[in-house]
Design a protein around this ligand. Structure first.
Ligand SMILES: NC(=O)c1ccc[n+]([C@@H]2O[C@H](COP(=O)([O-])OP(=O)(O)OC[C@H]3O[C@@H](n4cnc5c(N)ncnc54)[C@H](OP(=O)(O)O)[C@@H]3O)[C@@H](O)[C@H]2O)c1
Length: 362
């Protein structure tokens, strides 16, 4: 009991709590302010390019972190839109529970589940192989039409992965980068334009500077700190995901692929999910209550509409940052839009990816 109280006291005295309470709230309010400004000064919102799909040609969608919160609600909505939804999660028990729940609500849903640990390159690589095998064995075309990189954690301690990376960065960024690189051939194979959706966060606005060398992108330098800077690591991982989204968009539009694979980032705003489960419960209660009082907290079902907007927006919306539902987009932070930083991150991420591939494939 005393130990728990001491831990709670130490946590509330840490700069992380104040960073989350103040900077993250300001970042969220700033995003809504931008949305309001765009609404008043007439920036257009987009409408979905496709509606429900027919049974014979169901597009295939891969969604990570599909067993809880935003991922689960989005998986359900995508199944309703006619996608063949590939659920990716780290727990086989939660995967079958989610699968059954979606089936109960939508008997017409076509679903497939894969157990994958997004923080492990080996597991991501194994998933790519299993997915290819499954597509080959089923009567589906050897391609996917949509990849939603949604899995994410807000960890309060470093907990290095098998590869020695910081677990939060490995899950939120390196895993998403690696999966996208590995699935690009399947996205390219699609007969219709395909899409990558990266789920990022307004918290990226609190990251004022960033280094994108090997130690930073693997999170090793964060793990060296005396007290794990969980808020800063989360912001950094979401900033990386945004820089990556814009750079991938640029890279794809420089090649012959132009307009075939589009890339968008989506920020769902504040959502009542399990994301804060590692924080002390009194902090969770305080955060949820204050966001509800400010009327900024959404249900996963409502927030999943943003993911759907991002998934179904027309291809010319590639490179945009969706926020605030109804197909609306705003500008992300100036730092996240810096093409030089994006290139630096891209180069480091490719180095990490190549090293991991060499280790695991030989
Ligand atoms: N909630 C918000 O306010 C908010 C705001 C902005 C952005 N986001 C982003 O939205 C995304 C979804 O989060 P959420 O709020 O829905 O939180 P959540 O309820 O905790 O869902 C996170 C999902 O990611 C999965 N996951 C975590 N680590 C994984 C790993 N190593 N391998 C595979 N899957 C893993 C979780 O699996 P388990 O079910 O096994 O835990 C869960 O399904 C995240 O990227 C988050 O950063 C959330």
């Amino acid at each position: 009991m005393m130990k728990k109280l001491k831990e709670a006291f130490t946590f509330i005295c840490s700069s992380d709590v104040w960073r989350m309470a103040l900077l993250w709230t300001i970042a969220l309010l700033f995003s809504y302010f931008q949305l309001l400004k765009n609404t008043i000064f007439g920036s257009k919102s987009t409408t979905s390019s496709s509606s429900n799909h027919s049974h014979t040609h169901r597009p295939v969608c891969v969604i990570t972190g599909a067993t809880s919160g935003l991922g689960k609600a989005s998986a359900f909505k995508l199944s309703k839109k006619g996608f063949y939804v590939v659920l990716v999660g780290r727990s086989s028990h939660l995967l079958s529970k989610t699968l059954n729940e979606i089936k109960r609500q939508n008997a017409d849903a076509r679903l497939k589940a894969f157990e994958v640990d997004m923080s492990s390159f080996q597991s991501v690589l194994k998933f790519r192989n299993s997915l290819e095998q499954w597509l080959l064995e089923s009567d589906l075309h050897s391609s996917i039409q949509l990849l939603v990189n949604n899995a994410g954690i807000l960890a309060t301690s470093s907990r290095p992965t098998f590869e020695g990376f910081d677990r939060m960065i490995a899950t939120n960024y390196v895993g998403a980068f690696s999966l996208t690189k590995l699935l690009l051939p399947l996205l390219r194979n699609s007969h219709v334009p395909s899409r990558v959706v990266n789920v990022t966060s307004f918290t990226h606005r609190a990251a004022f500077a960033g280094r994108f060398d090997m130690d930073s992108v693997t999170g090793v330098n964060f793990s060296r700190s005396k007290q794990y800077p969980c808020a800063r690591v989360y912001e950094y991982s979401k900033l990386c995901l945004l820089l990556f989204s814009y750079e991938l968009h640029r890279q794809l539009h420089l090649t012959d692929d132009s307009h075939h694979i589009s890339v968008v980032a989506v920020d769902p705003g504040a959502v009542e999910t399990n994301i804060m489960h590692e924080l002390p419960s009194y902090i969770q209660v305080m955060a949820i209550c204050s966001l509800k009082i400010l009327r900024l907290m959404q249900s996963p079902e409502d927030a999943a509409e943003s993911v759907l907007d991002a998934a179904l927006a027309p291809p010319e919306m590639s490179g945009k940052y969706f926020f605030g539902r109804k197909g609306r987009s705003i500008e992300s932070s100036a730092l996240s839009r810096d093409p030089e930083l994006a290139k630096e991150l891209w180069d480091t991420s490719c180095l990490i990816f190549n090293e991991l591939q060499q280790t695991h494939i030989g």
